[in-house]
Design a protein around this ligand. Structure first.
Ligand code: S3P
Length: 173
């Protein structure tokens, strides 16, 4: 099985993914890190030097590779992964893939991301928390139609890491 975690930037896909992989005794893969390692570049630099379209091509390519060749893996997707090309269809049509949407509300996303925005090329230029909230609000609205197609939706507002893990595990065992 491959457990694929989707959700907006800052929703904790990697943090939860690592914990979940430990509990399941699975390997943990972070799609951004796979791209970053293969391209020998940070995601921010990749956006700066090669542009977003290049990044999206690599994202689709490595997602395909992982789905083809891996098993017993927890995979943290990038925030945009299910929203481009046929990535979402690919994730949904494979019976070995279980998709989860870690759903966090706009105010919580915004306050988290304002502190962590510098590593994120799509929002690093936004300099007030108010403007960031406005941007994320629109972006999340556009992306929700993709995220909400995940097999399981976990509302994570106010939940501890342990609560989130238990909620995911409930669907897996
Ligand atoms: C992106 C999210 C990022 C990374 C890239 C684009 C997005 O991943 O893939 O900066 O389009 O939402 P995280 O969700 O892990 O921050």
């Amino acid at each position: 099985m491959i457990v694929a975690l989707m959700g907006y930037m800052g929703s904790g896909k990697s943090t939860i993914g690592k914990e979940l992989a430990t509990v399941l005794n699975y390997k943990f893969l972070d799609l951004d890190s796979v791209i970053s390692d293969a391209e020998k570049s940070s995601i921010s630099d990749l956006f700066k030097k090669k542009g977003e379209i290049y990044f999206r091509k690599k994202e689709a390519f490595y997602l395909n590779e992982i789905l083809k060749s891996e098993n017993h893996v927890v995979l943290a997707l990038g925030g945009g992964t299910p929203c481009y090309g046929n990535n979402l269809q690919l994730l949904l049509k494979q019976s070995k893939v279980s998709t989860f949407y870690l759903k966090l509300s706009l105010p919580l996303l915004s306050s988290r991301l304002f502190k962590e925005k510098n590593d994120r090329p799509l929002i690093s230029h936004i300099d007030s928390e108010e403007a960031l909230t406005e941007f994320i609000g629109k972006h999340l609205f556009e992306r929700s139609q993709y995220y909400s197609q995940a097999k399981h939706i976990i509302d994570i507002d106010g939940k501890s890491q342990q609560d989130i893990l238990e909620a995911i595990l409930m669907y897996l065992i």
